[in-house]
Design a protein around this ligand. Structure first.
Ligand SMILES: *Cc1c(COP(=O)(O)O)cnc(C)c1O
Length: 352
């Protein structure tokens, strides 16, 4: 820390992203990226865009906003495009929380929520998941705070039905409820249609996982027009050109190739069922997942040792040292070949 850092930020513990090592080729099953390349149209659009980078990107993201709106059957005025969905979460904390109006989220969920809360000095109510990692729904009702729920949740993979989401929306009519659907395309059903009924709902999604564009940094939010206007105020007060031209082009390409996305998601779901079954045969406990990862623990080896030994063997998974989940690893679903290599390495480790 320099002697110039603002006192407000002196105690900040930043978010720690999963490793992105450049030293050697790993089988990367640690940050929930897609094992498949971006769609061909996305790649072609991006390349064509390169020669126009002397111009600023479209600050309204008009074409992309319209494409997203049409895919989800909402109006363009219900959509905001952002630099990854981390940015829309940032805007939501900025816009809808303050020192008087706190935030609430689960103890085991996306690690960025507590970081944003700390960044803006927002009091956070941490609501523990039940013993089996399910959401203690009643504890989210009528709490007078801005609520953040990842559905499906990370890193557990558990999914909540939309009628449960609706109960939470109904029970908090005067507070925004953010439903972070980063993993919704892997077997869940989006709650976007509920924005017509609930003006307190903000749904966030990303192109990072199902659409193979993690490096492009593209996310979006869908909500009532008034909520989107507030989020645009945050955007225009921080970074009006928040989505760059190549990413806009790539995003349009990905949406044009929606069948490619659907096919890849189907493959990931099949591979998830395959990997889950094989891990169970090796004695693992695997939490029921509706995402592109599984959360699994072995009774033969502790979570951190398994993570380290897999890393030695060239396979990266994600281990969290938090007490409640330290026995587990979060393993991204890769191609069938990657699943098989992972399983072979795990068998070697368990046998030695
Ligand atoms: C990956 C992820 C995000 C953010 O992804 P971006 O790459 O910033 O779009 C948001 N929420 C959850 C739960 C995630 O796992």
């Amino acid at each position: 820390m320099s002697r110039f850092l603002s006192e407000t930020h002196a105690k900040l513990t930043p978010y720690v992203p999963g490793e992105q090592p450049r030293d050697m080729q790993y089988i990367k099953l640690n940050t929930n990226e897609s094992p498949f390349p971006p769609s061909e149209t996305a790649i072609k659009n991006m390349a064509e865009c390169a020669s126009k980078l002397n111009l600023y990107s479209d600050p309204t993201c008009k074409a992309l906003t319209e494409a997203v709106a049409s895919l989800y059957n909402v109006k363009p005025s219900n959509v905001i495009m952002t630099n990854g969905s981390d940015e829309i979460l940032n805007f939501a904390f900025m816009a809808f929380c303050d020192t008087a109006h706190g935030a609430a989220f689960a103890d085991i969920t996306y690690g960025f929520y507590p970081v944003f809360a700390a960044l803006y000095n927002i009091p956070a109510e941490i609501i523990p998941l039940r013993e089996d990692f399910s959401l203690d729904v009643d504890k989210f009702k009528g709490i007078g705070k801005t609520i953040f729920i990842a559905n499906p949740n990370a890193p557990t993979g558990l999914y909540l039905d939309n009628n449960v989401i609706e109960d939470i929306l109904k029970a908090n009519p005067d507070n925004i409820v953010v439903i972070d659907e980063a993993y919704i395309d892997f077997g869940g059903e989006t709650c976007i249609p509920l924005i017509d009924k609930y003006d307190n709902l903000l749904v966030t999604q990303t192109f990072s996982k199902s659409r193979s564009l993690a490096g492009g940094r593209l996310g979006f939010g869908i909500a009532s027009e008034a909520v989107i206007r507030d989020l645009n105020t945050m955007r225009n007060s921080t970074n009006p050109y928040n989505v760059n031209s190549m990413t806009i082009a790539a995003g349009l390409g990905a949406l044009a190739d929606d069948a490619y996305t659907r096919r890849n998601c189907k493959t990931i779901i099949e591979n998830r069922e395959y990997l889950t079954e094989k891990l169970k045969m090796l004695g693992f406990t695997v939490i029921d997942s509706k995402t592109n990862f599984v959360f699994a623990k072995s009774d033969k080896i502790d979570g951190e040792s398994l993570y380290l030994k897999l890393k030695e063997k060239g396979v990266l998974v994600r281990h969290f040292s938090k007490q409640r989940i330290k026995d587990y690893n979060r393993i991204t679903i890769g191609t069938r070949e990657q699943c098989d290599i992972l399983l072979a390495k795990i068998s070697e480790i368990l046998e030695s």
